[in-house]
Design a protein. Structure first.
Length: 487
């Protein structure tokens, strides 16, 4: 009996404890809401990593400055809407990301291809910042504001190397530009909010933290991405990444398709340097030093007699270039350029590119273990041709391919931009019978690496009459072989 009495006492005590605990949690969520929000605000302002009470006020504040961008392109009709093995049915998920599809023959009818992206208002006179890959090759751009108004957009300037573009709308005097923050002040673990139109779902707000800074993902020579776990999907491209003060700290740009919670944003400080040039000239003028560089590994540092493996190692000096004229030598290690520290070989291209052309700068080098200085006059980098990538149709295979650009590789979640991407498959063709799909990346032909369209055409022509072609294809995160017999 005594043991039963003790059991009842313990049970009653546990129930009471549970009731008190439940009441305590209820107080946190209801009666103590104001107190919790005050504590959260204080914690955020003090730099604490505590979870904010909510993001509703922040979302309401920034939404009017975020826009939906719809683009239209004229493309050759490949004569099909579905293709073998497409798990998406009627919808081609790669259509939003690729340039114009190549037609099957000169008489192929034209159709309209649509894509959706995001952007944000930079100024009251109608300038909108977005990604280059959102508006590239578009012949019609519609910009939709948060309130529902739509305007025709005009491309003012594009910069494929940083994947930034500036669009202009005219006709609204009540635009609400977003305030630009300082991405250098961001710290890993800070809360951020992404706003955009994932899969066309306008004004979608997601939240997460800064997972890392300075990410190099192989998309271009000036990679310096902010990594975040705030949910980013196709359609978010060009939308803002916002800090808790309501300031833009990044432009949402890329995801790793095979991952989860891994998104990348261009730092707003980079956009601050690019946007004025796009507005003024329509393109970006970059500085040039005239060297080939590589990282200083611990092994190289030891061989070069260096105490630390830092800086950018000069592997080649371009004859007649600014570095050559300044007395740079192969084997020099650049550790400082115009007062800015060069931590590794990824830092130098960004620093040089942002330096005004014609400026004479002091460069600190390590040579034979000693620090020396050289004066270099920054040259001008030649602008690359930004016309649309060629996309030839190969009749013997029934497939259309184009070069795998860094932008397309980024959208497909690929680390490397080597190979050609399939942008069209003719129904009933050898490629269709081999289950080749739009979006596949052809990496080798008969075990020969394919770097670009020219390689692909050359290898296919070379193998004519020799039976089946063995193609190594990357599809998403998987690689597979396909045997295609040319007709």
């Amino acid at each position: 009996m005594k043991s039963r009495r003790n059991f009842k006492i313990v049970l009653i005590a546990l129930l009471l404890a549970g009731a008190v605990a439940g009441f305590g949690y209820g107080m946190t969520a209801t009666a103590k809401t104001g107190e919790a929000q005050t504590a959260t605000t204080a914690a955020v302002s003090a730099g604490s990593p505590m979870v904010p009470g909510n993001f509703s006020d922040l979302a309401e504040k920034v939404r009017p400055g975020v826009v939906n961008i719809q683009v239209n392109k004229k493309v050759k009709n490949a004569g099909f809407e579905r293709f073998g093995g497409n798990p998406f049915g009627d919808r081609n998920p790669f259509g939003d990301f690729f340039g114009p599809f190549g037609g099957f023959g000169n008489n192929a009818p034209e159709r309209r291809q649509q894509g959706v992206g995001s952007g944000f208002i930079m100024s009251k006179d109608g300038y909108i910042l977005t990604n280059n890959h959102v508006v590239e090759d578009a012949d019609q751009i519609k910009v939709k504001l948060a309130g529902g108004k739509e305007f025709d957009g005009k491309i003012v300037g594009r910069d494929p190397k940083t994947d930034l573009a500036l669009v202009k709308i005219v006709g609204d005097s009540d635009l609400q530009p977003l305030k630009l923050g300082n991405s250098d002040d961001l710290k890993v673990g800070n809360w951020v909010v992404a706003v955009g139109s994932p899969f066309g779902l306008e004004q979608t707000v997601t939240a997460g933290i800064v997972s890392a800074k300075g990410r190099v993902i192989g998309s271009g020579p000036y990679d310096n991405f902010i990594q975040t776990d705030a949910s980013i999907n196709p359609g978010n491209s060009g939308g803002p990444l916002i800090n808790l003060q309501g300031e833009v700290v990044g432009i949402n740009t890329a995801i790793i398709a095979s991952g989860q919670g891994i998104g990348f944003a261009i730092p707003i400080n980079m956009a601050k340097e690019i946007a004025p040039q796009l507005q003024k000239r329509g393109h970006v003028t970059r500085g040039l030093l005239g060297v080939s560089i590589q990282d200083v590994t611990p092994e190289l540092a030891k061989s070069l007699g260096l105490k630390e493996s830092k800086g950018a190692l000069v592997s080649q000096v371009v004859p007649g270039g600014p570095a050559d004229k300044a007395g740079f030598e192969q084997g020099d290690v650049i550790v400082n350029f115009d007062g800015r520290t060069v931590g590794d070989s990824n830092d130098l291209p960004r620093i040089v590119a942002s330096t005004p052309v014609g400026k004479t700068v002091t460069v600190k080098l390590l040579r034979d273990g000693k620090e020396i200085e050289r004066q270099a006059k920054v040259g001008e980098m030649e602008e690359e041709n930004t016309s649309a990538a060629k996309s030839p149709f190969h009749p013997s295979l029934g497939v259309t391919v184009q070069d795998l650009t860094p932008q397309v590789a980024r959208e497909l979640g690929l680390k490397k931009s080597a190979g050609v991407v399939v942008t069209g498959v003719e129904p009933g063709s050898p490629a269709a019978e081999a289950m080749i799909q739009v979006g596949d990346v052809i990496q080798t032909v008969n075990r020969q690496p394919v770097k670009n369209v020219d390689d692909f055409v050359k290898f296919v022509e070379k193998a004519k009459g020799g039976g089946s072609l063995l193609l190594l294809v990357q599809r998403g995160a998987n690689s597979l072989f396909a045997a295609v017999t040319p007709r």
